[in-house]
Design a protein around this ligand. Structure first.
Ligand SMILES: [Zn+2]
Ligand SMILES: [Zn+2]
Length: 444
């Protein structure tokens, strides 16, 4: 089903975003070499009162699978829980472009969802039934994994990928000319060390609680807030016995060689500088900024910005621009991102945005004692997530025509509550479900 294929007019100002060649991109970006990956603005009126974007067709239902570029929602809930009476797993999505797969987050349950969606295998007949022809290497197609932030409902199945992935082609490809397997590390892109421990909003330490620190002989590696590189290294260490065993006994490669970590805001080799200064994340996590590039290959260009998921820092939204259109993932965020999400998502074809049900927050927390753990948690829910009656306004400000709700909290909330996202949004609303496919652009 084609939801729409139209040119949409928005009242906004794009004149400042034109470069010397008249091409248009985000503020601060160069566009000269990437015009095919940019959302094309077909007409700019002289008085800046109208703005037209080329919108790509957004295709749902069975035809979505035929699209060269498609979004696959792998896990559509969040939170530190398994919600009853729903099959939603935690936050994870895939963007498929041709035979490439790009993953965004890996919450609990997502490792199985990835296999359900992409692991078709290759079978041959044998007496008594089909058997697999060798073993599946479906993860060869996964080229990059992006973490929005390091909460566990976005990362809990990362260890599963690291530990089981080497048996399914992770970080390798098969050279068609020789049929030999070559290492091509999976790029893992995500947050750096927070830099400072969260403020103690629940009086945890004054009540005798002890904060967890990493353990290292190197004082520089001892921290209560490790980034994605240190997290990855510690996962290798935690599972050293099994990794060493199957490397020494079964001929697997060095698992570490299959992954290439690039921290956003880190200072290590290959890291991606964060083009804004956040000297103290306990005094604000989301200063206004322009989007910046974090990844590019011949199929996608990925840009990012900070969003507001305090006290988590850094927390990113990502935009994927392809020849078939553009998709933005909000990550976890409150509704006020200092305009950052609006800049990143401006005119994208699809905005995949988190949502939390306000009625559930009131039902669960009521009026908690000020300063209590419940009070802190309620504040986090209201300020660091986006309620169902506010997310539509955000989508409108982002000038997108399709809003896809994911990270639906609670995972079992009724659709009628989620439909409140239509408030202040006149575009197409899609309530995300696990393993839902949404095509973009032309069908193959
Ligand atoms: Zn989350
Ligand atoms: Zn979160």
């Amino acid at each position: 089903m084609v939801l729409f294929s139209v040119v949409t007019v928005f009242a906004d100002d794009v004149a400042d975003n034109q470069d010397s060649e008249g091409q248009t991109g985000y503020p601060g970006e160069t566009t000269g070499d990437n015009t095919s990956l940019q959302t094309t603005i077909q007409d700019i009126s002289d008085d800046d009162s109208a703005r037209q974007y080329r919108q790509s067709p957004v295709i749902t239902g069975p035809d979505a699978e035929k699209c060269r570029t498609r979004l696959v929602l792998l896990g559509t809930t969040g939170g530190v829980s398994w919600w009853p009476e729903t099959n939603r797993t935690s936050s994870s999505s895939a963007l498929v472009v041709g035979d490439r797969i790009y993953l965004i987050d890996m919450g609990q349950g997502s490792a199985s969802r990835i296999s359900e969606e992409f692991n078709s295998g290759s079978f041959v007949d044998s007496p008594g039934g089909r058997i697999e022809d060798g073993s599946s290497t479906f993860l060869e197609n996964v080229k990059a994994l992006f973490f929005t932030h390091l909460h566990q409902d976005h990362t809990a199945d990362y260890p599963s990928l690291l530990l089981i992935g080497p048996g399914a082609g992770m970080g390798t490809y098969t050279d068609p000319s020789t049929n030999k397997t070559v290492i091509d590390p999976l790029k893992v892109i995500g947050p750096c060390n927070r830099g400072e421990l969260d403020a103690d909003m629940t009086n945890f330490t004054s009540r005798g609680g002890e904060v967890i620190y990493t353990d290292s002989a190197d004082p520089d590696q001892i921290t209560p807030t490790p980034g994605i590189r240190q997290m990855t290294n510690i996962i290798w260490q935690a599972y050293a016995q099994t990794i060493n065993d199957i490397t020494l006994d079964d001929g697997y490669p060095d698992f570490r060689s299959l992954i290439e970590v690039r921290e956003i805001g880190g200072t290590g080799s290959g890291d991606i500088p964060l083009p804004v200064s956040v000297p103290d994340p306990n005094n604000g996590t989301c200063p206004a900024m322009d989007p910046f590039e974090v990844y590019q290959d011949d199929q996608v260009r990925v840009t990012a910005t900070l969003v507001d998921h305090h006290q988590v820092y850094p927390s990113f939204a990502y935009r994927f621009d392809t020849d078939d259109g553009s998709v933005v993932f909000s990550g976890d965020t409150g509704p006020n991102t200092s305009g950052n999400l609006q800049k990143l998502a401006d005119g994208a074809d699809i905005l995949v945005h988190e949502v939390i049900d306000k009625a559930w927050i009131e039902q669960k927390f009521g009026t908690p004692v000020p300063g209590s753990q419940m009070d802190a948690l309620k504040t986090h829910m209201l300020e660091s997530h986006t309620a169902n009656d506010l997310v539509g306004q955000v989508a409108t400000e982002c000038h997108v025509n399709t809003l896809v709700l994911n990270h639906i909290v609670p995972g079992n909330t009724p659709d009628a509550h989620l439909m409140e996202a239509k408030a202040n949004f006149t575009g197409d609303l899609i309530i995300g479900e696990d393993l839902m496919r949404i095509g973009l652009g032309s069908q193959e």
